[in-house]
Design a protein around this ligand. Structure first.
Ligand code: ADP
Length: 354
């Protein structure tokens, strides 16, 4: 009975969130200055005076400052535990049968991989999510049985690569629709996971596979979308009712614009594909926000893959990752503007000029 009461309270909370502002939340996270930036005396242009209220200030030259408002603002001091604490309600809802998508967006070097993957001693959203799923599944074991499996893939130049496949795919991986709201990639490896240590092994296997075949791992990963798909099949042991839900955790390719000198050859093609998919993501979210009759999911592999977890009654969490430095302020503004459009709320210039 205790569980039912908790579940009812949680549902009520979610409904309130949906009523308030739709089911997209945007959290902004700013990375710390690097050692090089500190030693070179780089100026910091971001301020966190009202971070507690979800506001972030960015100094845009002279005495002007622009204020952006998000659902959460994290300063460089906020750690992985703090950040995951706020994201964990999205994880719980997967076990309640909702589809969820959590993605990190921003310029290369702003902490997307740090937030999603983290490091062995400072694990990020991906690992913590699965750990939390297992924790709650154990708590509910008398009422529900859950099967949890994981796929890890990357999208590079509009092609899907299975990062858990031990042998290369014999044909191109494509997205198929298996029914209303059920998209999948036939042939993609689904690893069944039963506990957190198995999860870590699978995530590590996915990370190492990303490096295979690329000369520069960091460059390659900044130009591809790394996507983790967690499938949860649940059975209510009282009623026998079964539900499937899907959680996507996505470390997007860097959103930076291409420098003039790089605008050629393979790099140009990569950049065009990244632009295409990130704009497609913006277009899909926009179409959902304006309740457009056509949502252009199929304009990119990224949005097509995420289709079941973007829109409808699914929940979306965007991390917009930013740099605190002046040298990056053009890209920072562009990421903050994109995130503001996603959130659907635009604040004017700050009243108080500094
Ligand atoms: P991206 O994935 O956006 O290219 P990374 O996650 O690789 O960026 O981060 C770039 C560097 O900044 C890495 O060395 C990372 O460890 C560090 N970093 C990013 N965010 C944080 C943070 N919140 N706290 C500490 N270090 C961070």
């Amino acid at each position: 009975m205790k569980y039912n009461k908790e579940q009812a309270e949680r549902k009520e909370l979610y409904n309130k969130v949906l009523e308030m502002k739709g089911n997209i939340r945007v959290f902004c996270r700013c990375r710390p200055m690097s050692k090089e930036e500190l030693s070179s005396g780089s100026a910091m242009v971001v301020d966190f005076d009202s971070a507690k209220d979800g506001e972030l200030g960015i100094h845009v030259g002279g005495s002007s400052k622009r204020i952006f408002k998000f659902d959460r603002v994290y300063t460089p001091k906020d750690d992985q535990v703090h950040v995951f604490g706020d994201a964990s309600s999205f994880v719980v809802s997967v076990l309640d049968g909702y589809n969820v998508c959590i993605f990190a967006y921003g310029q290369t070097g702003t902490g997307k991989t740090f937030t999603m993957e983290g490091t062995e001693h400072n694990r990020g959203v991906n690992y913590r999510t699965l750990e939390e799923l297992f924790r709650i599944a154990r708590e509910r074991k008398d009422m529900f049985h859950y099967d949890i499996s994981v796929s890890v893939l990357e999208v590079y130049n509009e092609q899907i690569r299975d990062l858990l496949a031990t042998v290369p795919a014999s044909k191109k991986l494509e997205i198929k629709q298996a029914g209303e709201g059920v998209h999948h990639v036939p042939g993609l490896v689904e690893a069944q996971v039963n506990n957190s240590s198995e999860v870590w092994t699978v995530l590590q296997a996915g990370s190492s596979a990303r490096a295979v075949g690329s000369n520069n791992v960091n460059e390659h990963s900044s130009r591809s979308h790394c996507m983790l798909c967690i499938m949860v099949r649940s059975k209510n042991l009282m009623s026998g009712e079964c539900t499937n839900s899907k959680l996507w955790l996505v470390d997007l390719a860097g959103s930076e614009r291409l420098g003039k000198t790089e605008a050629q050859g393979e790099r140009l093609k990569e950049a065009q594909n990244i632009n295409k998919s990130l704009s497609a993501l913006g277009d899909v979210i926009n179409a959902l926000a304006t309740k457009s009759s056509h949502v252009p999911y199929r304009n990119s592999k990224l949005t097509h893959l995420l289709q079941d977890s973007l829109g409808g009654d699914s929940k979306t969490l965007m991390f917009v990752q930013i740099s605190p430095c002046e040298k990056d302020s053009g890209e920072t503004l562009s990421s903050l503007n994109f995130a503001t459009r996603v959130r659907g709320v635009e604040l004017g210039p700050a009243k108080k000029q500094i």
